[in-house]
Design a binder for this molecule. Structure first.
Ligand code: GLU
Length: 468
């Protein structure tokens, strides 16, 4: 093994961003090509967002892409002792001071002194002892620059005076990202930090901490370019389809995804666009990654995917499609089994999972409308509640029940009917809340919203027709 050691260090957030997938891939390609080690580290110091299912989602995403790791997963939530040692060393070296100012106090002081927002160093000389209710700040130098030679961006330099006295530990005693990140990279002997460009502003702080902890020569940094949409805006969860899971669920092939992600910031030249994983490992060059934002182009991704589909033998296509079809509905197989009498009934109970859009047929629609009190209002309430309820059968049940109650429909069966019709396009099927849980929040909510729209249009047309 070479001395190359890289890591993927995701924070658990509930879904795996395509940008994280690209970061993981570039780390993996570099490790495999250099005969190095690829470490998986879960940065879960933020206990509020720390959920086992999020971590499983990360591992599932990496496995789906075929990015195997050699060490880990390590969990920062289990490494508190190391961060405490680092804090002790930093305190002993007088690199930290305690501070009990609220953000409002800092903002007021900066405003009064006509300084830019950010932390001032008012507490530096107050001599507060560390203790409960006091966070710990790093004493940044008042002169000089912090500079590194970025593999992607070339020389990057920050004036130390522009770096605030950032905190390394919360007043609750919880270590902050920057501290745990540096300590772990040191402890894990990471040789190259390959991560998203959004971390560039953290790097001077990283380097100051690294030096204060006397960890020796720092790792090399390669900050990968931002991913942007067609309007050159940073990809965002609200605007763009960013969850890797969504692409997987739509039937993109992992090998096509890997191929496409590799082209986001790097290119093999000669307009080549289809490369196998082996070719990528051989040809990828970290030092050829460009710093310009990379356009995440769904159309191009679909083209690459189509390329892979066409290259298959028909029997392989059948096989792959069958696997995918089965993976989509198998989580509710037992529920379908209890209700279907033939295989074709199985199909009509699960087709809602595959259709891009569900438009209930007019006869069913009118029947449910006639039988459901407060149909339109209920769909409105449901849309609102489904947007932020806990996403699982129980959370969805509560949201639908509450939507019913809000419009005076206390019978859960009656409250469910319009929602079932909106989401599955049918009046019978597997248990609704499990079905929606599987379909996912975005698609379920979009369908309820589409039905709401249709109901409102009908209501408006009916009002216009009614005699004055
Ligand atoms: N946990 C950080 C994130 O998810 C990654 C930090 C790093 O790669 O250094 O953005």
């Amino acid at each position: 093994m070479s001395s190359v050691r890289v890591r993927m260090a995701p924070s658990p957030t509930g879904y795996f961003h395509v940008g994280s997938a690209r970061t993981a891939l570039f780390n993996w390609l570099f490790a495999r090509q250099q005969g190095g080690t690829f470490v998986l580290r879960i940065e879960d110091t933020d206990t509020l967002r720390n959920r086992a299912e999020h971590t499983e989602g990360i591992e599932r995403a990496l496995r789906w892409l075929g990015l195997d790791w050699d060490e880990g997963p390590y969990f920062q939530s289990q490494r508190g002792g190391l961060y405490q040692d680092a804090v002790d060393r930093l305190l002993a070296g007088d690199h930290l001071y305690a501070c009990d100012c609220t953000p409002e106090q800092v903002a007021a002081r900066n405003k009064a002194a006509n300084r830019p927002p950010g932390y001032d160093s008012f507490c530096r000389d107050r001599g507060l002892e560390p203790g409960p209710g006091r966070l710990l700040r790093f004493r940044t130098p008042d002169q000089g620059n912090t500079t590194w030679s970025d593999v992607v961006r070339g020389e990057v330099s920050y004036d130390n005076r522009a770096i605030e006295d950032f905190s390394v530990r919360k007043s609750s005693g919880q270590p902050l990202f920057i501290l745990a990140n540096v300590v772990d990279d040191g402890d894990m002997a990471i040789s190259h930090v390959v991560r998203g460009e959004d971390h560039v502003p953290n790097t001077p702080k990283y380097l100051l901490l690294w030096e204060a902890l006397q960890l020796g020569p720092p790792p090399a940094f390669a900050h990968l370019p931002l991913l942007v949409n067609a309007s050159r805006q940073k990809l965002s969860k609200r605007r763009d389809k960013v969850a890797l899971e969504d692409y997987r669920d739509e039937g993109y092939l992992p090998e096509a995804m890997v191929n496409y992600l590799a082209l986001l910031g790097w290119s093999p030249g000669n307009d080549r666009e289809v490369l196998s994983k082996e070719e990528l490992v051989a040809e990828f060059r970290l030092d050829q990654v460009k710093s310009a934002p990379a356009f995440f182009d769904e159309k191009k991704l679909a083209d690459v995917n189509a390329n892979y589909l066409r290259a298959m033998k028909p029997e392989e296509l059948v096989h792959r499609a069958q696997d995918w079809l089965a993976s989509r509905w198998s989580p509710i197989a037992d529920l379908v089994q209890e209700r279907a009498r033939t295989l074709s009934e199985v199909y009509s109970m699960v087709d809602f999972l595959y259709r891009a859009d569900v438009r209930p047929d007019p006869a069913e629609w009118s029947k449910v409308r006639r039988q459901s009190p407060a149909f339109t209002e209920l769909l409105g309430e449901a849309t609102r509640r489904l947007t932020d309820c806990e996403w699982g059968p129980e959370g969805i049940r509560e949201a639908v029940a509450a939507a019913g109650e809000a419009v005076g429909v206390t019978n859960l069966g009656k409250a469910q009917a319009p929602v079932r019709l909106a989401v599955t396009g049918r009046t019978v099927g597997p248990p609704l809340f499990e079905a929606m849980s599987l379909l996912g929040r975005n698609r379920s909510t979009a369908r309820v919203e589409a039905a709401l729209q249709r109901a409102r249009e009908e209501d408006t047309a009916a009002t216009a027709r009614a005699p004055a």
